[in-house]
Design a protein around this ligand. Sequence first.
Ligand code: LER
Ligand code: MN
Length: 275
Amino acid sequence: MARKIRYGIAISQEILSEGAPVPFQGGIAEGMAKAATMGFDCVELHIRNPASFDPELLARYSDETGVRIAAIGTGLEYGFNGLSLTSDDPSIREKAAERMREHIDLAAHFGAVVFLGLIRGKCGTRARLTEYLDRLADQLVPLAAYAAEKKVPTGLEPVAYYFSDLLNTTDETLDYLARPGLESIGLLLDTHHMFLEDKSMEESFRKCAGRITHVHISDSNRRYPGAGNVDYDLVSRSLDGIGYCGAVSLEILPAPTADEAARKGIAWMRDTWGR
Ligand code: LER
Ligand code: MN
């Protein structure tokens, strides 16, 4: 039977800060070439400005390397550009939404998933959580419609408390996505965040069956699978159990070195799913 899981790795154009969980940094073309050499099927691009990329050039890199562009990450819009979908400043919210539409446009060229992680922003005041979640939905509803129209899958990512106070657990994210107008948004599940926030990773995967558009593989300490405390046997069994077919992508620290992290990560994937 053909393997349906694709092995991926996060890459960026820029050199990012020390704590960024992106193994191959400093060039998209170089990152894709390296991913191909190491046997990855696909990459996820962490980009700060979609308009600065030529889709035809990216498609050429993909053809030349045989590496698919599986997903586009929008976290740098928050980290580098200060854009947030829940900012108190309406002009920043609008700018963030505009950028999201540009990411969706770019992703449409490759059939890539666009993920929504840190760009949701933060609330910071427990008493205002409901207001912020409503504010987020106000932005996400038209974006969900836009993505659906362009046939671009999306993935809202539950993220751990130390990144945001908006949607930390898989359960609350799943509930949130039942709101009218958000039903077409999928889930990006990241084993790092699940380990910190969810009671049972197995249950979380099971509850999201059929709705997971992308998976981030990242251990409890943000390193390659096996470097921390995540039970990766359980992760692989759970993904197999729900028939997940899509990318499992290393969003890990380049530690001890980028190459070693990537090598150990893909070795785990091959041990688990073969080839
Ligand atoms: C946040 O650290 C994360 O996991 C990213 O995927 C969010 O864009
Ligand atoms: Mn992630």
